[in-house]
Ligand binder design. Structure first.
Ligand code: CMP
Length: 142
């Protein structure tokens, strides 16, 4: 089925100047950008986005990293977009990420791991709505 998923290019990847290279990987894999913006997240925005991790020991570091510089937030659309994006990203910890994945190629640690992607249909719906009004998500031109 055609799905939408929320993708974030994190501060480490933005600082490395690889926004274009990462978006190209999505496009070459058949995913289309249907909404996008560059933003500097506040602590409140980053904390709210990662609310499910609030009790985890890494939460404070996660919020501090995600607010350390601008991020690029986008909605990707395509066949099986949620799983496809997770395949392209590779494992959360770049040390475990398969060769050729975004995290293997651009990330240095589990904290600074280049990209975020929704992990399920339910989180995709919540995460897209967290960053974009329905009117900001465009229909893909086919
Ligand atoms: P992300 O997919 O954005 O979701 C939560 C983030 O927390 C994750 O990527 C990692 O960058 C970060 N993180 C740090 N430590 C851990 C951990 N032990 N398990 C999962 N995520 C972690």
């Amino acid at each position: 089925a055609v799905e939408r998923t929320l993708s974030i290019i994190k501060p480490d990847a933005v600082a490395k100047n690889v926004i274009g290279e990462i978006l190209t990987r999505f496009e070459k894999a058949g995913l289309s950008v249907v909404a996008a913006k560059m933003v500097q997240l506040s602590e409140r925005e980053a904390g709210g986005f990662y609310a499910e991790h609030q009790a985890r020991p890494f939460f404070k570091d996660l919020v501090s990293f995600m607010t350390s510089g601008p991020v690029v937030v986008q909605v990707l659309e395509g066949e099986g977009a949620i799983a496809k994006n997770r395949e392209l990203m590779g494992a959360t910890n770049p040390k475990d990420a398969a060769p050729g994945t975004i995290r293997a190629d651009f990330a240095v640690s589990i904290d600074e791991n280049a990209v975020h992607g929704s992990d399920s249909e339910a989180s995709a719906a919540r995460e897209i709505a967290y960053f974009f009004a329905a009117t900001e998500v465009c229909a893909r031109i086919r």
